[in-house]
Design a protein around this ligand. Sequence first.
Ligand code: GLN
Length: 222
Amino acid sequence: APRVGVLALQGDVREHAVALHDGGADVVKVRRPSELDDLDGLVIPGGESTAIDKLARAFGMMDPLREKIAQGFPVYGSCAGMILLADRVADPACDGAGRPQQTFGGIDMTVRRNAFGRQVDSFETEVPMPILAGVQGHSSANEPESVRAVFIRAPWVESVGAGVQILASVNEPHHDESATEAEVARIVAVRSGNLLATSFHPEVTGERRIHRLFIQMIRGEA
Ligand code: GLN
């Protein structure tokens, strides 16, 4: 079985570990650079991208992980993890000294943090994701080509470079009932080479196909 790490600095590490285990991976929690050795892939969980960034720098993880990503190491990032895989953040948070948050990068895209609104604007919806039709394990709760997606202070992808494949988009929900503008489709899942990212949290709904897709990518089967 592939050995897949979960970056365990902050965020919903346990949920990703369970989803990967269910998908057939040997799961390892990763905090230190040496723990990146011998891994076949890594998941960056949801949580708070600024906290994961700060801790990654404190633990000396930033540069080793950037290097591995540049060499083709497979990584899946969910929510905060998506932000950390983006080459550019549209509205970066700044620390006390005015320095913007950093990312590992790797996906040629610009993300916008908290783009769907605040915690109270969190929502759950069915998102069409045709690539999942080829991944086994959809429950009766799911259509084979869509995913039940939970968005919690989620980012969206504002723009992508030529090498980035768009896997899913969602119409931006209106929180203001008086809003009359046409709904805008926002990109919420992408793949670029061995990197996969979703704005939403498949790990909290019992959905396992996204993690299975990632494991297929690691095996070179997707
Ligand atoms: N808003 C968070 C951030 O900017 C992401 C939220 C999440 O991962 N659920 O990092």
